[in-house]
Design a protein around this ligand. Structure first.
Ligand SMILES: C[S@@+](CC[C@H](N)C(=O)[O-])C[C@H]1O[C@@H](n2cnc3c(N)ncnc32)[C@H](O)[C@@H]1O
Length: 369
């Protein structure tokens, strides 16, 4: 038997791969429906549920409920009994899948990533135009889903790891935050402020000032801070990171997963340098992309290019002039920005994480110059 030609193999491999991607895209959209309509929440009890019961519990149409339940069972997300009659068939959400879909405190919580990714597809018509014109799309124009999805996807890591593992891994910063006089922290581009909240919870003496240029994020952050009962020690303001009028003397300035989004990262870092108290530290967390461009890339690289094309590059280009960084900000790029902003050295910190790399920006050079 003759074997297929390499060109046929390549064609078939791509068709197979794109078929899988199309299927996955539709399944992600169906998970989005279950999340946003509260269908997983209604199934949380674990008690097997019929389509009519789900429809009543979640306030949705019964026929839609049945189709969604069947789709979820076929996709292997819900468990189902073997009843032949679709009206009496019962569906259940396992405890393990409930954690992934519903538990905001779990490091496995994935629903926000779904909300973010689906939300990023909404401005696709504007993105077509942006590709032609070179203009950007502001983060606020992406709407609530990406904003809330972004906040939710980092929430568990901030609340579980930032104050218990990441900051304690930096002994001098940890000691300063725990010590006297009470330290001041600026959390630049704080988004929904889960990082500010995590720092204030872990270090009961510190005061945190969170800044973000997006008004809707500021409103969300203030609500989260109030709900956490931290309004006395955590303030949130609508400010641009590059605003030279930003004032204060901070023992720690943080920028979590946001430097690559900024139109003018060098201006922002220059402002940050000016905010430092004597001996103050700057901590930047950004994507753990490869050090150099490699194609084909691994999962992280593919994921970050996806975010970059759909969101971070267009948001970065929304203001001009722009550095046009995109999500794939490699260590050499960050180092160049930091040196241009007047920092003396950039240290990559030994904090283990699959998604993020942590940098410390030093005011003086390697030899203390
Ligand atoms: C990907 S989100 C990260 C938010 C948050 N730090 C987190 O880890 O969830 C990026 C944030 O940067 C903010 N941002 C972008 N450019 C900014 C600027 N020049 N000044 C202040 N905030 C900015 C956006 O409004 C958005 O909230």
């Amino acid at each position: 038997m003759e074997s297929a030609s390499p060109s046929t193999d390549r064609r078939e491999a791509l068709v197979g791969r794109l078929t899988e991607s199309a299927l996955n895209t539709m399944e992600i959209c169906c998970v989005y429906l279950g999340d946003r309509l509260g269908l997983y929440r209604a199934l949380r009890s674990g008690l097997p549920t019929t389509a009519a019961e789900l429809a009543a519990a979640a306030g949705i149409n019964r026929r839609y409920a049945r189709e969604w339940l069947e789709q979820q069972a076929v996709a292997g997300i819900l468990e189902v009994d073997s009843a032949a009659d679709p009206e009496t068939r019962r569906y259940a959400l396992s405890a393990e899948h409930a954690e992934v879909l519903l538990d905001p405190d779990s490091l496995n919580w994935f629903a926000p990533v779904v909300q973010l990714v689906v939300g990023l597809t909404r401005p696709l018509p504007a993105l077509l135009e942006a590709f032609r014109s070179g203009e950007g799309i502001s983060w606020s124009a992406f709407g609530a889903d990406p904003r809330e999805g972004q906040a939710g996807q980092n929430r568990p890591a901030f609340l579980k790891l930032l104050g218990t593992e990441w900051l304690p891994a930096l002994p001098d910063i940890h000691a300063r935050l725990a010590g006297d006089p009470p330290a001041r922290v600026a959390d630049v581009a704080c988004g929904a402020a889960w990082s500010s909240i995590a720092i204030a919870r872990a270090y009961p003496k510190v005061r945190v000032d969170g800044f973000d240029s997006d008004e809707a994020s500021v409103a969300l952050a203030r609500a989260n801070v109030a709900e956490a009962g931290l309004a006395e020690r955590v303030t949130i303001s609508a400010r641009d990171a590059g605003d030279p009028a930003l004032a204060g003397r901070y023992d720690l300035v943080t920028i979590f997963e946001a430097l690559h989004d900024m139109s003018r990262p060098v201006d922002a870092l220059r402002t940050v340098r000016g905010l430092l108290a004597e001996g103050g530290a700057v901590l930047v967390m950004d994507e753990r992309v490869a050090e150099t461009f490699t194609a084909p890339g691994d999962t992280i690289e593919r994921m970050m290019y996806g975010f970059s094309v759909l969101c971070c590059l267009p948001t970065g280009l929304a203001e001009q002039p722009s550095a046009g960084t995109g999500t794939v900000m490699r260590p050499a790029t960050l180092r160049r920005y930091a040196l241009e902003a007047g920092f003396g050295d950039v240290e990559i910190l030994p904090i283990a994480n699959d998604l993020f790399r942590f940098y410390r920006l030093h005011v003086r050079g390697p030899a203390g110059t």
